[in-house]
Design a protein around this ligand. Structure first.
Ligand code: GLY
Ligand code: MN
Ligand code: MN
Length: 460
């Protein structure tokens, strides 16, 4: 049959839909596999599962979201896949994927199949996933160490142990079974913690989209709206701009809902005189932003709200100044905490001298509640060690973390002025550590009191 260009092009698009192309580019994933190969060295194998579809209810599923480590090394976002990396051996990069199945694809979407796993995702060898059990002994034969994510995918664990057992029993025929297991999560975490150019590009885009959602919510906010309307607006902008959606459940809490750290009900009405706290971030290439802003529903802080807000803002800014190469997440926490506790003392919510307060967590933790930073990347609480040998690790260029101090005053806190009871304020920025000083990736979203008052409700 003669294939004309006009016929061929649409078919090509069917076979390689844009949504299933690796993004940012295959070279980024190849470079990551190369780095990992150098870390584990010849004689080792890395095995990762890409994740499975999850049932939401009865026979409907959540939208698939790949395992972060798997996607980080392959660029592939398809349920039921497994990758194997074997430095210096052939095949060095193997993929197991669902086989093509026209009937199944009519119902639940396109599959790449082994052929495209090789052609598009750069696998040296690829098989249908059903062949994993048969191929694993051959792929692991002679590998001294297997890197596997501990306690992540039980079915994969069983298949790997079955393959190791098979090789052990065949030792008298010359097979060599792996004798060491290492946790692939630690391995991948240490690579992910320093953002490469691809990761930083994806993260900047995720943060930029997140910021646009926050700006839209700030502009649209007015009394009488419901929390879920702001949530819908945020997520509308995330999806409109091509994000796969929020990187975690969007938090939109007004009044004392803002004192619930992971409040996601988002069902209440926004009342004049209240504050609203929005903690939301969009994903891009499976990297996520993580931004929190707190602002007055009506666009004007009351004097008491303003005083409380100014303390949290000062803590956020002090934390950002502390985010220098060589500093630590702990020292950022302590700088933020000192500012918060000084403020609590000034407001008369805690007594005593500042150092005495700081030495006694029980005196302030009810107001401050959480730590103030976490790594940010493919996961909102991203991979990578926070400490080694119980010592906090020094910050290095290329790390990205959040700085998110908050103050929370319970609705029944009789010590607090009546108008502040049931108030939560958190300000969260995403910060890139650089030799030249911290870069605030989230700078597009205002947080100064005057800037917030100018923007809130400006398009309501
Ligand atoms: N949005 C969750 C967090 O800020 O840690
Ligand atoms: Mn956070
Ligand atoms: Mn957050």
């Amino acid at each position: 049959m003669v294939v004309t260009a006009a016929w061929h092009l649409p078919m090509l698009r069917f076979v390689l839909p844009l949504t299933q192309q690796p993004s940012p580019s295959p070279a980024v994933y190849r470079a990551r596999r190369q780095r990992i190969a150098e870390r584990i060295g010849e004689g080792a194998a890395l095995i990762l599962h890409g994740g499975q579809s999850r049932i939401r209810s009865n026979d409907t599923e959540h939208r698939f979201r790949p395992d972060s480590n798997f996607h980080y090394l392959s660029g592939l976002s398809e349920p039921g896949a497994v990758l194997v990396v074997r430095p210096g051996r052939d095949p060095e990069f193997a993929l197991f994927v669902r086989p093509r199945d026209p009937q199944a694809e009519i119902w639940s979407g396109r599959r790449i199949g082994p052929e495209q796993a090789r052609a598009v995702y750069g696998a040296d060898a690829a098989w249908p996933i059903g062949e994993l059990a048969a191929q694993l002994p051959r792929l692991l034969d002679g590998c001294a160490t297997v890197h596997l994510p501990f306690a992540a995918y039980e079915a994969l664990d069983r298949q790997v142990f079955a393959a190791i057992d098979h090789l052990r029993r065949r030792n008298r025929y010359g097979d060599v079974a792996p004798e060491r297991l290492e946790d692939a999560r630690a391995l991948l975490g240490e690579d992910r913690i320093i953002k490469d150019a691809g990761a930083l590009g994806s993260l900047r885009r995720a943060v930029d989209i997140s910021a646009r959602g926050h700006l839209a919510a700030l502009r649209a906010c007015r009394p009488g709206l419901y929390e879920h309307e702001l949530e819908a607006l945020l997520e509308y902008h995330f999806r409109r701009l091509g994000s796969s959606g929020p990187g975690y459940g969007s938090i939109v809490g007004t009044g004392d809902n803002a004192t619930i750290l992971h409040y996601v009900d988002n069902c209440c009405r926004l009342e004049e005189g209240h504050l609203v706290l929005i903690d939301a971030g969009a994903e891009w290439d499976y990297f996520t932003g993580d931004i929190t802003r707190t602002f007055p529903v009506s666009g004007r802080f009351t004097p008491a709200q303003r005083d409380l807000y100014a303390i949290v803002l000062a803590a956020n800014e002090a934390g950002i100044r502390e985010a220098q190469v060589g500093s630590t997440v702990d020292s950022i926490y302590h700088v933020c905490l000192r500012t918060l506790c000084q403020g609590l003392r000034d407001l008369g919510l805690v007594d005593g001298d500042l150092d005495g307060i700081l030495e006694d967590e029980a005196r302030y933790i009810g107001y401050t509640r959480h730590r103030h930073s976490h790594w940010l990347g493919a996961d909102v609480h991203d991979a990578g060690h926070y400490c080694f040998h119980r010592e906090p690790r020094p910050l290095q260029p290329g790390m990205v973390l959040t700085i998110e101090p908050g103050l929370y005053i319970a609705a029944d806190d009789e010590r607090a002025p009546a108008e502040l009871r049931g108030t939560g304020i958190r300000i969260e920025d995403d910060v890139l550590i650089q030799a030249a000083g911290p870069e605030v990736l989230t700078h597009l979203v205002p947080k100064g009191i005057d800037e917030l008052e100018a923007i809130v409700g400006s398009e309501a």
